[in-house]
Design a protein around this ligand. Structure first.
Ligand code: TXA
Ligand code: MG
Length: 294
Protein backbone atom coordinates (compact mmCIF):
# COMPACT_ATOMS: atom_id res chain seq x y z
CA UNK A 1 0.00 0.00 0.00
CA UNK A 2 1.27 3.46 -0.88
CA UNK A 3 0.94 6.01 1.92
CA UNK A 4 -0.34 9.41 0.78
CA UNK A 5 0.02 12.71 2.62
CA UNK A 6 -3.18 14.76 2.72
CA UNK A 7 -3.20 18.47 3.49
CA UNK A 8 -5.61 20.12 5.90
CA UNK A 9 -8.00 20.91 3.02
CA UNK A 10 -8.39 17.18 2.30
CA UNK A 11 -9.78 16.14 5.69
CA UNK A 12 -12.95 14.88 3.94
CA UNK A 13 -10.89 12.20 2.16
CA UNK A 14 -9.46 10.98 5.47
CA UNK A 15 -12.96 11.06 7.02
CA UNK A 16 -14.33 8.86 4.25
CA UNK A 17 -11.57 6.27 4.74
CA UNK A 18 -12.29 6.24 8.49
CA UNK A 19 -16.04 5.86 7.97
CA UNK A 20 -15.24 2.86 5.76
CA UNK A 21 -13.16 1.38 8.58
CA UNK A 22 -9.64 2.16 7.33
CA UNK A 23 -7.23 3.66 9.91
CA UNK A 24 -5.73 7.10 9.16
CA UNK A 25 -2.94 9.10 10.83
CA UNK A 26 -3.88 12.62 11.94
CA UNK A 27 -2.15 15.42 13.87
CA UNK A 28 -2.95 16.49 17.42
CA UNK A 29 -1.27 19.20 19.50
CA UNK A 30 0.65 16.52 21.48
CA UNK A 31 1.80 13.90 18.95
CA UNK A 32 0.39 12.36 15.74
CA UNK A 33 -2.27 9.69 16.33
CA UNK A 34 -3.28 6.56 14.39
CA UNK A 35 -7.07 6.85 14.33
CA UNK A 36 -10.06 4.54 13.96
CA UNK A 37 -13.78 5.04 14.76
CA UNK A 38 -14.37 3.94 18.37
CA UNK A 39 -17.46 1.84 17.59
CA UNK A 40 -15.87 -0.01 14.64
CA UNK A 41 -14.21 -3.01 16.28
CA UNK A 42 -12.59 -4.30 13.11
CA UNK A 43 -10.95 -0.93 12.41
CA UNK A 44 -9.76 -0.74 16.03
CA UNK A 45 -8.27 -4.22 15.71
CA UNK A 46 -6.26 -3.03 12.70
CA UNK A 47 -4.67 -0.31 14.84
CA UNK A 48 -3.23 -2.89 17.22
CA UNK A 49 -1.85 -4.91 14.33
CA UNK A 50 -0.37 -1.93 12.42
CA UNK A 51 1.50 -0.71 15.53
CA UNK A 52 2.38 -4.13 16.90
CA UNK A 53 0.67 -3.00 20.09
CA UNK A 54 0.00 -5.46 22.94
CA UNK A 55 -3.74 -6.11 23.20
CA UNK A 56 -3.83 -5.38 26.96
CA UNK A 57 -3.00 -1.70 26.39
CA UNK A 58 -6.20 0.43 26.13
CA UNK A 59 -6.75 3.28 23.67
CA UNK A 60 -7.76 6.91 24.20
CA UNK A 61 -10.99 8.05 22.52
CA UNK A 62 -10.83 11.57 21.02
CA UNK A 63 -13.93 13.76 20.87
CA UNK A 64 -14.61 17.12 19.19
CA UNK A 65 -17.00 18.50 21.78
CA UNK A 66 -17.77 17.72 25.40
CA UNK A 67 -21.14 16.13 24.53
CA UNK A 68 -19.16 13.39 22.74
CA UNK A 69 -18.07 12.11 26.15
CA UNK A 70 -21.64 11.08 26.91
CA UNK A 71 -21.54 8.52 24.09
CA UNK A 72 -18.59 6.89 25.87
CA UNK A 73 -19.59 7.11 29.53
CA UNK A 74 -22.85 7.37 31.49
CA UNK A 75 -21.13 7.90 34.80
CA UNK A 76 -19.66 11.36 34.31
CA UNK A 77 -19.28 13.20 37.58
CA UNK A 78 -18.97 16.83 38.48
CA UNK A 79 -15.15 16.52 38.69
CA UNK A 80 -15.05 15.41 35.09
CA UNK A 81 -16.93 18.49 33.90
CA UNK A 82 -14.82 20.79 36.05
CA UNK A 83 -11.58 19.49 34.54
CA UNK A 84 -13.02 19.48 31.02
CA UNK A 85 -14.07 23.08 31.46
CA UNK A 86 -10.62 24.09 32.72
CA UNK A 87 -8.33 22.17 30.33
CA UNK A 88 -10.22 21.19 27.17
CA UNK A 89 -9.57 21.49 24.36
CA UNK A 90 -6.08 20.43 25.33
CA UNK A 91 -3.55 17.76 26.33
CA UNK A 92 -5.47 16.06 29.17
CA UNK A 93 -6.97 12.56 29.03
CA UNK A 94 -9.62 11.66 31.62
CA UNK A 95 -10.19 7.99 32.46
CA UNK A 96 -13.80 7.31 33.49
CA UNK A 97 -16.25 4.40 33.70
CA UNK A 98 -17.14 3.28 30.18
CA UNK A 99 -20.53 2.56 28.66
CA UNK A 100 -21.22 -1.07 27.80
CA UNK A 101 -21.42 -0.04 24.11
CA UNK A 102 -17.70 0.88 24.03
CA UNK A 103 -16.03 -2.24 22.60
CA UNK A 104 -13.83 -4.08 25.07
CA UNK A 105 -10.98 -4.08 22.54
CA UNK A 106 -10.83 -0.28 23.07
CA UNK A 107 -10.58 -0.56 26.85
CA UNK A 108 -8.45 -3.74 26.73
CA UNK A 109 -11.02 -5.43 28.91
CA UNK A 110 -11.04 -2.74 31.61
CA UNK A 111 -14.28 -1.13 32.84
CA UNK A 112 -12.96 2.33 31.90
CA UNK A 113 -12.31 4.51 28.87
CA UNK A 114 -9.81 7.36 28.41
CA UNK A 115 -11.32 10.47 26.81
CA UNK A 116 -9.58 13.52 25.36
CA UNK A 117 -10.73 16.61 23.45
CA UNK A 118 -7.69 17.73 21.45
CA UNK A 119 -7.08 21.37 20.53
CA UNK A 120 -5.58 20.77 17.09
CA UNK A 121 -8.13 22.15 14.58
CA UNK A 122 -7.42 19.39 12.03
CA UNK A 123 -8.07 16.68 14.62
CA UNK A 124 -11.35 18.29 15.65
CA UNK A 125 -12.55 18.77 12.07
CA UNK A 126 -11.75 15.14 11.30
CA UNK A 127 -13.63 13.78 14.34
CA UNK A 128 -16.62 15.97 13.46
CA UNK A 129 -16.59 14.77 9.84
CA UNK A 130 -16.47 11.11 10.88
CA UNK A 131 -19.40 11.65 13.27
CA UNK A 132 -18.11 9.55 16.16
CA UNK A 133 -15.12 9.61 18.56
CA UNK A 134 -11.80 8.40 17.16
CA UNK A 135 -9.54 6.15 19.17
CA UNK A 136 -5.91 7.03 18.52
CA UNK A 137 -2.70 5.79 20.04
CA UNK A 138 0.49 7.63 19.09
CA UNK A 139 1.28 6.88 15.42
CA UNK A 140 4.59 5.08 16.02
CA UNK A 141 5.53 1.42 15.95
CA UNK A 142 5.15 0.09 19.49
CA UNK A 143 8.26 0.92 21.56
CA UNK A 144 9.49 3.75 19.30
CA UNK A 145 9.37 7.46 20.21
CA UNK A 146 6.01 9.08 19.42
CA UNK A 147 6.01 11.03 16.13
CA UNK A 148 5.75 14.82 16.26
CA UNK A 149 6.23 15.47 12.52
CA UNK A 150 4.70 13.76 9.47
CA UNK A 151 8.16 12.57 8.30
CA UNK A 152 8.56 10.74 11.61
CA UNK A 153 5.19 9.06 11.07
CA UNK A 154 6.35 7.89 7.63
CA UNK A 155 9.57 6.51 9.10
CA UNK A 156 7.50 4.02 11.12
CA UNK A 157 4.25 3.56 9.18
CA UNK A 158 4.98 4.16 5.50
CA UNK A 159 3.24 1.41 3.49
CA UNK A 160 1.10 0.43 6.50
CA UNK A 161 -1.58 3.15 6.34
CA UNK A 162 -3.35 4.76 3.41
CA UNK A 163 -3.30 8.39 4.59
CA UNK A 164 -1.37 10.72 6.86
CA UNK A 165 -3.05 14.10 7.34
CA UNK A 166 -0.38 16.80 7.52
CA UNK A 167 -0.56 19.11 10.53
CA UNK A 168 2.94 20.52 10.89
CA UNK A 169 5.12 20.07 14.00
CA UNK A 170 3.13 19.18 17.11
CA UNK A 171 3.14 22.13 19.46
CA UNK A 172 3.29 20.22 22.77
CA UNK A 173 5.53 17.38 21.59
CA UNK A 174 4.86 14.83 24.35
CA UNK A 175 1.74 12.79 25.03
CA UNK A 176 -1.21 14.04 27.07
CA UNK A 177 -1.45 13.98 30.84
CA UNK A 178 -3.55 10.92 31.78
CA UNK A 179 -5.69 11.28 34.93
CA UNK A 180 -7.94 8.54 36.25
CA UNK A 181 -11.22 9.61 37.85
CA UNK A 182 -12.30 6.01 38.31
CA UNK A 183 -10.88 5.08 41.72
CA UNK A 184 -11.46 6.67 45.09
CA UNK A 185 -8.98 9.48 44.46
CA UNK A 186 -8.00 11.16 41.20
CA UNK A 187 -4.77 9.44 40.13
CA UNK A 188 -2.09 10.64 37.72
CA UNK A 189 -1.34 7.78 35.34
CA UNK A 190 0.97 9.70 32.99
CA UNK A 191 2.48 13.19 33.51
CA UNK A 192 2.13 15.68 30.64
CA UNK A 193 1.94 19.38 29.79
CA UNK A 194 -1.06 19.84 32.11
CA UNK A 195 0.71 19.64 35.47
CA UNK A 196 -0.41 17.81 38.57
CA UNK A 197 -0.50 21.08 40.57
CA UNK A 198 -2.80 22.74 38.02
CA UNK A 199 -5.22 19.80 38.28
CA UNK A 200 -5.11 19.89 42.08
CA UNK A 201 -5.93 23.58 42.00
CA UNK A 202 -9.05 23.01 39.89
CA UNK A 203 -10.19 19.99 41.94
CA UNK A 204 -9.31 21.44 45.32
CA UNK A 205 -7.83 18.08 46.34
CA UNK A 206 -4.56 16.16 46.05
CA UNK A 207 -3.92 13.97 43.03
CA UNK A 208 -2.56 10.53 43.91
CA UNK A 209 0.26 8.70 42.11
CA UNK A 210 -0.12 5.03 41.16
CA UNK A 211 1.06 2.80 44.00
CA UNK A 212 4.15 0.73 43.17
CA UNK A 213 3.25 -2.93 43.31
CA UNK A 214 -0.43 -1.99 43.40
CA UNK A 215 -2.94 -2.82 40.70
CA UNK A 216 -1.64 -1.67 37.33
CA UNK A 217 -3.82 1.28 36.53
CA UNK A 218 -2.33 2.28 33.19
CA UNK A 219 -1.22 -0.81 31.32
CA UNK A 220 0.73 1.28 28.80
CA UNK A 221 3.20 2.41 31.44
CA UNK A 222 4.63 -1.06 31.95
CA UNK A 223 5.97 -1.31 28.39
CA UNK A 224 9.32 -0.01 27.27
CA UNK A 225 8.43 3.31 25.71
CA UNK A 226 9.76 6.37 24.04
CA UNK A 227 13.02 4.62 23.27
CA UNK A 228 15.41 5.38 20.42
CA UNK A 229 17.89 2.71 19.33
CA UNK A 230 20.78 5.02 20.26
CA UNK A 231 21.76 4.71 23.95
CA UNK A 232 20.71 7.80 25.94
CA UNK A 233 22.89 9.21 28.72
CA UNK A 234 21.37 11.80 31.05
CA UNK A 235 23.92 14.28 32.41
CA UNK A 236 23.14 16.55 35.34
CA UNK A 237 26.39 18.59 35.56
CA UNK A 238 27.78 20.65 32.70
CA UNK A 239 31.38 19.59 33.38
CA UNK A 240 30.44 15.92 32.86
CA UNK A 241 29.35 16.45 29.27
CA UNK A 242 31.75 14.79 26.89
CA UNK A 243 30.47 15.57 23.43
CA UNK A 244 27.93 17.71 21.61
CA UNK A 245 24.82 17.38 23.68
CA UNK A 246 21.14 18.06 23.53
CA UNK A 247 19.34 20.51 25.80
CA UNK A 248 15.88 19.03 25.50
CA UNK A 249 12.49 20.68 25.34
CA UNK A 250 9.29 18.68 25.29
CA UNK A 251 8.64 19.95 21.77
CA UNK A 252 11.91 18.78 20.19
CA UNK A 253 12.68 15.67 22.26
CA UNK A 254 11.22 12.88 20.13
CA UNK A 255 12.35 14.36 16.80
CA UNK A 256 15.91 14.68 18.18
CA UNK A 257 15.93 11.10 19.45
CA UNK A 258 14.86 9.89 16.02
CA UNK A 259 17.49 12.09 14.40
CA UNK A 260 20.21 10.50 16.56
CA UNK A 261 19.09 7.09 15.29
CA UNK A 262 19.13 8.26 11.67
CA UNK A 263 22.68 9.60 12.09
CA UNK A 264 23.79 6.33 13.68
CA UNK A 265 25.16 8.17 16.74
CA UNK A 266 26.92 5.88 19.26
CA UNK A 267 25.36 7.65 22.24
CA UNK A 268 23.18 10.71 22.78
CA UNK A 269 24.01 12.90 25.79
CA UNK A 270 21.17 14.96 27.18
CA UNK A 271 21.84 17.80 29.58
CA UNK A 272 19.24 17.99 32.33
CA UNK A 273 19.60 21.50 33.75
CA UNK A 274 17.52 22.78 36.66
CA UNK A 275 14.61 23.74 34.40
CA UNK A 276 14.53 20.30 32.77
CA UNK A 277 14.73 18.59 36.16
CA UNK A 278 11.78 20.64 37.41
CA UNK A 279 9.60 19.47 34.48
CA UNK A 280 7.88 16.29 35.69
CA UNK A 281 6.56 15.26 32.26
CA UNK A 282 9.82 15.86 30.40
CA UNK A 283 11.89 14.04 33.05
CA UNK A 284 9.47 11.09 32.87
CA UNK A 285 10.08 10.74 29.11
CA UNK A 286 13.85 11.25 29.49
CA UNK A 287 14.17 8.57 32.18
CA UNK A 288 12.22 6.19 29.97
CA UNK A 289 14.34 6.98 26.91
CA UNK A 290 17.42 6.28 29.05
CA UNK A 291 15.91 3.02 30.27
CA UNK A 292 16.05 4.20 33.89
CA UNK A 293 12.38 3.74 34.60
CA UNK A 294 10.13 1.07 33.21
O1 TXA B 1 -1.40 12.78 23.62
C1 TXA B 1 -1.88 11.64 23.56
O2 TXA B 1 -2.49 11.12 24.51
C2 TXA B 1 -1.72 10.88 22.23
C3 TXA B 1 -2.50 11.62 21.15
C4 TXA B 1 -2.56 10.89 19.83
O3 TXA B 1 -3.79 11.93 21.63
N1 TXA B 1 -2.13 9.52 22.37
C5 TXA B 1 -1.42 8.61 23.08
O4 TXA B 1 -1.95 7.33 23.07
O5 TXA B 1 -0.39 8.88 23.66
P1 TXA B 1 -1.15 6.05 23.51
O6 TXA B 1 -2.05 4.92 23.18
O7 TXA B 1 0.18 6.06 22.89
O8 TXA B 1 -1.06 6.18 25.08
C6 TXA B 1 -2.22 6.05 25.86
C7 TXA B 1 -1.89 5.83 27.32
C8 TXA B 1 -1.34 4.44 27.57
O9 TXA B 1 -0.34 4.51 28.57
C9 TXA B 1 -2.59 3.69 28.07
O10 TXA B 1 -2.28 2.58 28.88
C10 TXA B 1 -3.31 4.78 28.83
O11 TXA B 1 -3.08 5.97 28.08
N2 TXA B 1 -4.76 4.52 28.86
C11 TXA B 1 -5.65 4.62 27.85
N3 TXA B 1 -6.87 4.24 28.23
C12 TXA B 1 -6.78 3.90 29.54
C13 TXA B 1 -7.70 3.39 30.51
N4 TXA B 1 -8.98 3.15 30.23
N5 TXA B 1 -7.22 3.13 31.76
C14 TXA B 1 -5.93 3.35 32.06
N6 TXA B 1 -5.01 3.81 31.19
C15 TXA B 1 -5.42 4.08 29.94
MG1 MG C 1 2.19 5.69 22.56
Amino acid sequence: METKILDAGQVHIAALALREGRPVVFPTETVYGLGAPVFNEEAVRQIFSIKGRPSDNPLIAHIDQIEGAERLSDGLEEKFYRLAEAFWPGPLTLVVKKRAEVPSIVSAGQPTVGIRLPSHPVARRLIEAVGQPLVAPSANLSGRPSPTRSEDVLEDLSGKVEYVVEGGCCEVGIESTVLSLYGERPTLLRPGRIRREEIEEVLGEKVALPVKGGPILSPGMKYRHYAPNTPVRLVYRLEELERPFLLPTAQNLYAELREADRLGASVIEIYCDAAVQADEALMNRLLRAAGQIE
